[in-house]
Design a protein around this ligand. Structure first.
Ligand SMILES: [Cu+2]
Length: 309
């Protein structure tokens, strides 16, 4: 899978927006060139020469005035038409059951697939070549869902629902971020859209639907019990285990995800140990407290989380 650079339009929606930006830039660039050009020309052509008489005074020029009112008006009409076209391409109608619901939290993303019964976090998987309807919500303050290569930037507002299309032409990993300042860890509120061919997406979907397995006796099983005893379950869910917290990311398939803490670290066992040892050292101000776990407890929890594929 290749990582696609940000700002490289990779969907019909993003192309609609890119071509609008380029058209407006070209129109404004032409106006700028005309005005700067005329200004420079006039500065040179009509500059005062020593001994020259007072220049001829001109008051009003009807034809010119009509021209410079009508031309900007037509330009604005043109930009308006281009804008409506781009909105038509990039924005879905506001109805229908969404394929994906993304809820912005301080400072992570909750991702639901209501039709598939999947819940994950900080990672949005989509099949390529298909426009999925995404409903955007917020759990606390205003956030903004932005994947520059794929879709328009759209606010997530408490009590309001917004919709976008999410689509990708090619398989790839498309970077996204929160684009509305939302508090201390706003900068570490990132996510990835992972576009896969339909067959790979189906395989991912089948994996994600499975509840967490119960590990055999040993470190992983001790970790599972710690998860239940250490108040983790007040904030986190692991389907298949008695846990239904929703203040933090769903951990049912934690090991299948690439990043931890909405992009702050890659999801490797050593990084997971660092996170569990003290999340406040990794993402200061984040809403997971330091639970003062011992080394042995962290080790058992990490073993358990490795089973959550
Ligand atoms: Cu945010």
């Amino acid at each position: 899978m290749r990582a696609v650079p940000v700002f490289d339009a990779a969907s019909p929606q993003a192309r609609g927006i890119t071509s609008l930006s380029l058209a407006v830039l070209a129109i404004c660039g032409a106006i700028l060139a005309l005005i700067v050009g005329l200004t420079v020309y006039n500065l040179i052509r009509f500059r005062a020469k020593p001994g020259a008489p007072e220049p001829r005074q001109i008051f009003g020029h009807k034809r010119l005035e009509i021209l410079w009112t009508v031309i900007p008006f037509l330009l604005l009409v043109w930009i308006f038409v281009l804008t409506v076209q781009a909105m038509h391409v990039s924005h879905p109608p506001r109805h229908g059951q969404p394929d994906i619901v993304v809820i912005g939290h301080q400072w992570w993303w909750e991702v639901h697939y209501p039709k598939l019964g999947i819940i994950t976090a900080n990672e949005v998987h989509i099949p390529t070549g298909q426009a999925l309807l995404v409903r955007l919500e917020a759990a606390d303050v205003i956030h903004d869902f932005w994947v520059p290569a794929l879709a328009p930037k759209e606010d997530m507002i408490p009590g309001v629902t917004n919709y976008i299309w999410l689509q990708a032409d090619e398989p790839g990993t498309y970077l996204g971020a929160c684009a509305e300042f939302c508090g201390a860890e706003h900068a570490w509120m990132r996510f990835q859209v992972i576009a896969q061919p339909a067959s790979q997406f189906r395989a991912w979907e089948a994996d994600q639907r499975r509840p967490a397995p119960t590990p055999p006796a040993g470190a992983a099983e001790r970790g599972r019990r710690l998860f239940l005893d250490k108040t983790c379950m007040e904030c986190h869910s692991i389907r298949g285990v008695a846990a239904a917290g929703s203040a933090g990311p769903d951990l049912t398939h934690l090991a299948s995800r690439r990043m931890l803490g909405a992009g702050v670290m890659t999801n490797t066992p050593p990084n997971l140990s660092l996170w569990l040892t003290n999340p406040q050292a990794i993402k200061p101000g984040c809403l997971m407290p330091n639970l003062n776990l011992t080394h042995a407890q962290v080790r058992d929890l990490v073993s358990y989380f490795q089973t959550l594929k």
